[in-house]
Design a protein around this ligand. Sequence first.
Ligand code: CP
Ligand code: NVA
Length: 309
Amino acid sequence: MKHFINLKDIKTKDLRNIILDAKKRKNYRRKLNTLEVDKGSPLKGKLLIQMFEKSSLRTRLSFYLAIKQLGGGTITLRSNELHLGQGSESIADTAKILSTYGDGFMLRTDDDNKLEKFKKYLSIPVINGLSPSSHPTQVLSDIFTVEEIKKKSISNLNICWIGDSNNVLNSLIAASVKLSFNLRIGCPKKFQPNLEVINWVKKNKRKINIYNDPVKAAYNADVIFSDKVISLNDKVNKKKKLIEFKKFKINKKLFSHAKKDCIFLHCLPRGNEVTDEIFLGKRSCVWLQALNRVHVQKSILLYCFGKLG
Ligand code: CP
Ligand code: NVA
């Protein structure tokens, strides 16, 4: 049984196997309809329980499609509808019950400790569907999208992130270490990745480049990533933070410092961090990026269930 909580804890070989499997499955499905099941129905009879403590559109739907296309099923819970969410049942007991009824558990949480506690008490795999510190399923899928479009390994590309040092960036940093790619980050000094993250990168003998000037970060980029300035877990002065990010808005002028064929990616939902011209423009691949979550999460599920090739 394998969990999928943080990219840092997953072997590079396994991350590469997940991407490879997703590529094969996506190719194979080209002629299949949305709910048709993959050959061999590899997760036939399996139930994925999804629980959301925070809003979600893409993660919820993409996991629904992912497990269905593998022959299994899913049920989606809101934590506030459970005794757990009311504070009247423990994580330990909840986890025992989830393990009794289900085969896998996907959790979107507002507290990283909950993932660790569930991991301790569950006897089924747990998948992190976004926490304050990381968003691993999103980022692994984004690596898949980059390699699909660019038709080369991400380790041969210049990847740029312009935006807040949030959960998505933390996972991108973890991926840059695991998959050895060049990452340039553009953000205001006050919102740089924290010391713990930087020290982990150093410990792993890698380097990330941080610039407080978005032009320097975007220079020569093959891919520019961004995300909302205000994340779901943000408890900051929102108005003030938005002002501090003003010069980091991604627009045509900033994009002109990247390579001519640079693409734009964004996990969605979006705020004001990017202009419509870029977000809806010809360099943007955000819709394909969202769709690919289905394909990659299928292979993540297979990895967790011990069924990856
Ligand atoms: N990108 C992403 O995780 O979207 P949702 O919050 O809608 O699931
Ligand atoms: N950083 C964003 C990602 C949303 C998918 C958030 O945590 O709200």
